[in-house]
Design a protein around this ligand. Structure first.
Ligand code: 5AD
Length: 367
């Protein structure tokens, strides 16, 4: 027989299009409530996605950024950052390492740089990664995701034609006031949403996400974020707890405790899974910043993607978006084995030599 608690959860889960119901789920703090929510999201993931977790090798190609986001450690006006751009051979090496390990995809992530030279560099690098990573087990080469900020439609098209097929652009929050509070006036929420639309029009699988536990952010705002993912037909979600960075204007703004931010981020993964049963959801680095088991927790709450950091070590220490960002060496074979063992404990396995595209995208495009 169902307990009263299970009946309450059941009732809330019948109202997944209701902001208040979602906000209640997101705000769970009682251990039993949280466990019931987690178990439901995990079971749904296994039913809709299966037990495979896919890797995207993350290459942080440059920390040069023309934007000045108030939360971000590599914002333009942070003069303490030593700026770098990886060379093309460094990027190609990391991508080839990825392919050799059987990781089906790479993510090229970097600060926003709209110069013609930077745009060409990316197009050329994408073309070369594709050419270098075709092999009998993956005839189409590595899947390539880009995460390079707001660009023009022409640029998105150029990169798509070169072979990239997914793009991540976090909206950060869908609340207009909160967005305005954490960004300089020249950046707007509308511009981000238009960029997401432009990416979809070009044909990308589109990923977005938000930061969780921003100063002043409410549960209702987060609930609306999840509903935005749904109404905007988002294919991939990457979100994680907000972590202050000492050299940013938001450094001293009060936030929830680290433990509260971690739990809220996990609840957010679970609720997003319930609302978008077939989306790809990443267990992100920021979760690991708050707990050594953060990544595994993310999977057990419904995530099915992870992005091992393959940025060469010398550069990695300069890509500090927030304080206490983990700098583990994930570009080693033992790392892959360790993660595989940890996943096995959760009843999950690694999907090697395959792209692991979002089922939400492929279902939508099935004729
Ligand atoms: N805390 C958490 N996430 C952050 N990001 C940037 N700064 C922070 C921070 N202080 C995230 C943003 C951005 C992504 C690349 O990193 O969501 O989109």
């Amino acid at each position: 027989m169902m307990s009263a608690m299970e009946r309450d959860l059941d009732r809330l889960c019948q109202q997944l299009d209701d902001t208040d119901a979602l906000a209640t789920l997101l705000g769970f703090t009682d251990t039993d409530d949280i466990e019931a929510l987690r178990a439901r999201a995990e079971a749904l993931t296994l039913r809709t996605i299966g037990n495979r977790v896919h890797y995207r090798g993350l290459i942080e190609i440059s920390n040069i950024c023309s934007q000045d986001c108030c939360y971000c450690g590599i914002r333009r006006s942070n003069a303490h950052v030593a700026r770098y751009t990886l060379t093309q051979p460094e990027i190609l090496d990391a991508a080839q390492w990825c392919a050799a390990q059987g990781y089906g995809s790479v993510v090229l992530q970097g600060g926003e740089n709209t110069s013609a030279a930077a745009v060409e560099f990316i197009a050329d690098t994408v073309t070369r990664i594709k050419a270098l990573t075709r092999n009998p087990r993956q005839p189409e080469g590595l899947g390539i995701t880009l995460s390079l900020g707001v660009q023009t439609s022409d640029v998105y098209r150029r990169w798509f034609a070169a072979g990239a097929h997914r793009y991540l652009l976090r909206v950060e929050t869908t609340d207009p006031q909160l967005f305005a509070r954490i960004h300089p006036p020249e950046q707007t929420l509308d511009e981000r949403i238009e960029a997401l639309q432009a990416l979809r029009d070009v044909g990308y699988q589109v990923g977005t996400g938000v930061m969780i536990g921003l100063p002043g952010q409410t549960l209702v705002q987060l609930a609306r974020d999840v509903l935005f993912f749904k109404t905007f037909e988002i294919d991939m979600i990457g979100m994680g707890p907000y972590q202050p960075h000492a050299d940013t204007p938001m450094a001293d703004e009060p936030t929830l405790s680290a433990a509260e931010r971690l739990q809220r981020a996990l609840n957010m993964i679970a609720v997003t899974r319930l609302v978008l049963p077939t989306a790809n959801i990443a267990s992100t680095t920021a979760l690991q910043a708050l707990s050594p088991e953060g990544r595994e927790l993310g999977f057990s709450y419904g995530a099915n993607i992870t992005m091992p950091n393959l940025t060469p070590e010398a550069a990695r220490q300069h890509y500090l978006l927030y304080d206490e960002k983990p700098l583990y060496n994930e570009d080693t074979e033992p790392f892959g084995d360790i993660l595989k063992r940890r996943l096995a404990k959760l009843g999950r396995e690694v999907g090697l030599h395959e792209w692991g595209d979002s089922r939400r995208f492929t279902d939508r495009h099935r004729t």
